[in-house]
Ligand binder design. Structure first.
Ligand code: IPD
Ligand code: CA
Ligand code: CA
Length: 305
């Protein structure tokens, strides 16, 4: 650096240092959650009967916030269960103390602690930790992505028919039309899965288990850490319009890049794959009815792929 070049701001934190603290906090919170897994949970409900919060979520969040505050008392905190930090700082920690709470509440060992740190909207470090499998996905910006300390990369699969997609089952609306993304993925790829924790689904894209992931209604804490991990693993994360992912949008498409266009087509309802059996039957009945009525058959429609 030349003497006249501006140096880092006086309060600058290095991404690897931020990551170290995130890893430490995730490991500690994860150990506590692992102890609780399979024992009776104290369950509360937030927006509805399927929106759970457990004693584990609250304890995990309290532990993580305590660790952050003790090292960075002036940093802001955005956490799913409402914990806050200092009010004005360029740094913000984004925490999901248990992603996959429903799994955790039922003793299903697929959930994660997710912690990200950003500076003025730029993600610097992220960790997604599954305490049950002891898989720790990490990334510091510019330093690549790791799984348990070993570098990971997105898959190289280019053809949808060789891909495994991550996606929940519910249909969604895109620009006024209903989209059955999971159905399309089932028809056009080798299968469609969800772990039940969006952060893990995204981490699976980062390490090449899934080739793409399509999620909706996701909050900043669901995706912040995993977004950086996917990007550092060579993947891409956008909204369904293909714009770089932002926390203002709750639709998320992550992929190994090669399959991103395909994923966008599915997420927008532009490809649906082979017609369903019901649709085929409906067409068959229409043809018969036309024949009986003496009409000539309609020309077959091309199926978009
Ligand atoms: C949920 C999980 C789930 C996703 C939901 C999220 P939570 O987070 O990530 O996979 O489909 O939209 O709310 O409530 O378990 O932290
Ligand atoms: Ca979550
Ligand atoms: Ca949560």
């Amino acid at each position: 650096m030349r003497a006249d070049e501006p140096g880092p701001p006086p309060d600058a934190c290095e991404p690897p240092d931020l990551l170290d603290l995130a890893v430490q906090a995730a490991r500690e919170a994860g150990a506590m959650l692992r102890e609780k897994l399979g024992t009776p949970r104290d369950i509360g409900f937030k927006k509805g009967p399927s929106d759970l919060v457990t004693d584990g979520d609250k304890a995990s969040e309290a532990l993580i916030a305590t660790r952050i505050r003790s090292q960075y008392p002036n940093h802001r905190i955005l956490a799913e269960e409402g914990t806050t930090g200092a009010e004005s700082s360029p740094y913000r920690w984004i925490i999901d103390p248990v992603d996959g709470t429903t799994n955790f509440a039922h003793g299903v060992p697929a959930f994660a602690v997710s912690i990200a740190v950003e500076r003025e909207g730029v993600l610097l470090a992220g960790v997604v930790y599954n305490p049950a499998s002891e898989e720790m996905y990490t990334a510091a910006v510019g330093h690549g992505a790791m799984l348990n300390g070993k570098p990971i990369a997105v898959s190289k699969i280019e053809e949808p028919q060789a891909a495994l997609a991550g996606c929940g089952v519910l249909p969604h609306r895109y620009r006024g039309r209903w989209v059955h993304a999971a159905k399309a993925f089932v028809r056009l790829t080798q299968g469609c899965r969800t772990t039940g924790a969006a952060a893990l689904d995204l981490a699976y894209v980062a390490c090449g288990r899934f080739d793409l992931f399509c999620g909706r209604r996701l909050a900043a804490w669901d995706v912040a850490a995993a977004t950086l991990i996917v990007e550092e693993a060579g993947g891409i994360v956008t909204d369904f319009d293909g714009h770089p992912h932002s926390f203002e949008r709750h639709d998320t498409l992550a992929s190994n890049r090669a399959l991103h266009q395909f994923g966008l087509h599915v997420a927008r309802g532009e490809v649906v794959g082979r017609p369903s059996i019901t649709a085929s039957l409906r067409r068959f009945r229409t043809r018969i009815a036309r024949k009986v009525a003496g009409d000539s058959p309609a020309p077959p429609k091309a199926i978009p792929r």
